[in-house]
Design a protein around this ligand. Structure first.
Ligand SMILES: NC(=O)c1ccc[n+]([C@@H]2O[C@H](COP(=O)([O-])OP(=O)(O)OC[C@H]3O[C@@H](n4cnc5c(N)ncnc54)[C@H](O)[C@@H]3O)[C@@H](O)[C@H]2O)c1
Ligand SMILES: [Zn+2]
Length: 363
C-alpha cells in the first residue's frame, strides 16, 4: 500500500493506492477523520460489480450507509439534471452538513458526486474511490469537480478537494481493455511532462502493463499520481504550472467535441492530441527530432479505434470555443525534452492549422 499526501489550500488529503485497499475503505476513512453518515454515489455498472464490497467495507468500521444512489454509466450522466436527482435522494435520506459522500466509480461519477458534495448544504464531506485507471491516475486527484453544459464540458463546477482518495488496483480487473488504454494515455502524459524515468519504463512494457493487475500497475499508478499531486500542490487553482497537465488536451478536447461524445474515449482523443503536441514541439524548435521520434513511437503502440471523420476547420473552431483559449491566445503545452513541458503562447495561425491537419488525420 502506498500513501501519497496531496497538499491543498483547503486542507491536504491522502491518496492511498494498493491492490485490495477497497476492503479497508472504512478503516482508511476513520484514519482520515471522516465522520457522519455515508451516502455512496456510483453508476449502475460499477455499483453492480463493486458496490456491495464497498458498502461492507464502510459498514465494517461502524459507519451507517444511509443511501446508495446510482446514475446511468457514461458522460450523459454528468449534468445538472443528474445532480438534481441526487440532491433529492440525498435529502430524502436525511444527509446533513456533517455527513459524507463516497464517490465509487470513474471520472464521471467522481466529477458529478464531487459537484454534488461541494454544493449540498454548501459542502459535505467527500471521499473518492476511483474505479477506472483514468480516474485513479488523474481525475480523483486535484479537487476539480464539475458537470457538463450543453455548450461544453465541465462548464459548471468548483474546486472541492476530497478528504481521502482510495485507489484499488484490483477493481481494474473488471475494466474493459479500451478503458485501460484510456487511462494509460494520462500515465504517458505524466511521464512526458515530468518523469522521464516513468516514460522509459512505459517504453519497456506498456502492453504488459495493460494486461497486468495489482503489483505492477500499483507502481505506475502511484508514479503518475505523484506527478499530478506535485503539480497540483504547487498550483492548485491552475494559474500556471497546472496548465502543463493539459498536454495533448487542447486538440484532444477539440477532437472529442467534433467527434461527438462517445465516439472516442477521452484517452484516445488525448493520445492523438499528444501526437499533435509532439509535432508542434518539433516544428517550434523546442524538441529535438530523436526525442520526438521516441515519443511518437510510444504513442504508436496505442490501439487505434475506428477513426471518425474530422475536418481541420471544425477542430480549429472547437479549439477557439474552448474556454482555455478564450483570451484570444492559445496557451499551448509543448515539450522541450522528454520529461519536461512548457507553456508556449507564441503559436501562429499557420502552426495551429498545421496542428489541426494532424489532429484531423486518422492515426
Ligand atoms: N476532475 C478532473 O480533474 C478530471 C480529469 C480528467 C478527466 N475528468 C473527467 O473524467 C471523466 C472520464 O472518466 P472515466 O474515463 O473514468 O469515465 P467513466 O467514469 O465514464 O468510466 C468509463 C466506463 O467504465 C465503467 N467502469 C468504471 N469502473 C469500472 C470497473 N472497475 N469495472 C468495469 N467497468 C467500470 C463505467 O461504468 C463507464 O462505463 C470525464 O467526464 C472527464 O471530464 C475529470
Ligand atoms: Zn485528460
Amino acid at each position: 500500500m502506498i500513501t501519497l499526501p496531496v497538499a491543498s489550500r483547503d486542507g491536504g488529503y491522502d491518496v492511498v493506492i494498493g491492490a485490495g485497499v477497497l476492503a479497508q475503505l472504512g478503516a482508511l476513512m476513520q484514519k482520515a477523520g471522516v465522520r457522519g453518515r455515508v451516502a455512496i454515489i456510483s453508476d449502475d455498472t460499477v455499483f453492480g460489480l463493486w458496490g456491495e464490497k464497498a458498502r461492507a467495507a464502510i459498514e465494517a468500521s461502524g459507519y451507517e450507509v444511509a443511501a446508495a444512489l446510482r446514475v446511468a454509466p457514461g458522460e450523459e450522466s454528468k449534468t445538472l439534471a443528474s445532480a438534481e436527482k441526487l440532491y433529492d435522494g440525498l435529502l430524502e435520506a436525511g444527509i446533513g452538513r456533517r455527513d459524507v459522500i463516497v464517490a465509487l466509480g470513474g471520472g464521471v461519477v467522481g466529477d458529478l458526486a464531487g459537484f454534488v458534495a461541494a454544493t449540498l448544504h454548501r459542502g459535505v464531506g467527500f471521499v473518492q474511490v476511483p474505479t477506472t485507471l483514468l480516474s485513479q491516475v488523474d481525475s480523483s486527484v486535484g479537487g476539480k469537480v464539475a458537470v457538463d453544459h450543453r455548450l461544453g464540458k465541465n462548464l459548471i463546477g468548483a474546486f472541492y478537494p476530497p478528504r481521502l482518495v482510495v485507489a484499488d488496483a484490483n477493481v481494474l480487473q473488471t475494466l474493459p481493455v479500451r478503458e485501460r488504454w484510456s487511462g494509460m494515455a494520462e500515465i504517458v502524459k505524466a511521464g512526458l511532462i515530468r518523469d522521464a524515468k516513468l516514460l522509459a519504463d512505459l517504453e519497456q512494457q506498456i502492453e504488459a502493463l495493460i494486461e497486468a493487475d495489482n503489483g505492477a500497475l500499483t507502481d505506475v499508478i502511484s508514479r503518475a499520481v505523484a506527478v499530478k499531486a506535485g503539480v497540483v500542490a504547487r498550483d492548485e487553482h491552475e494559474t500556471g504550472e497546472r496548465m502543463l497537465l493539459n498536454l495533448g488536451h487542447t486538440f484532444g478536447h477539440a477532437i472529442e467535441t467534433v467527434a461527438g461524445y462517445g465516439a472516442l474515449t477521452h484517452g484516445e482523443a488525448v493520445t492523438h492530441g499528444m501526437r499533435v503536441a509532439v509535432a508542434l514541439s518539433e516544428r517550434r524548435g523546442k524538441l529535438d527530432a530523436a526525442s520526438a521520434r521516441r515519443a511518437r513511437a510510444l504513442l504508436a503502440r496505442f490501439p487505434n479505434p475506428a477513426w471518425p471523420q474530422l475536418s481541420p476547420d471544425a477542430l480549429l473552431e472547437a479549439l477557439w470555443r474552448d474556454k482555455k483559449v478564450a483570451a484570444g491566445k492559445v496557451k499551448f503545452i509543448l515539450l522541450d525534452k522528454l520529461g519536461n513541458a512548457l507553456i508556449d503562447d507564441g503559436l501562429s495561425a499557420e502552426d495551429l492549422a498545421y496542428g489541426a491537419h494532424i489532429a484531423a488525420a486518422a492515426p
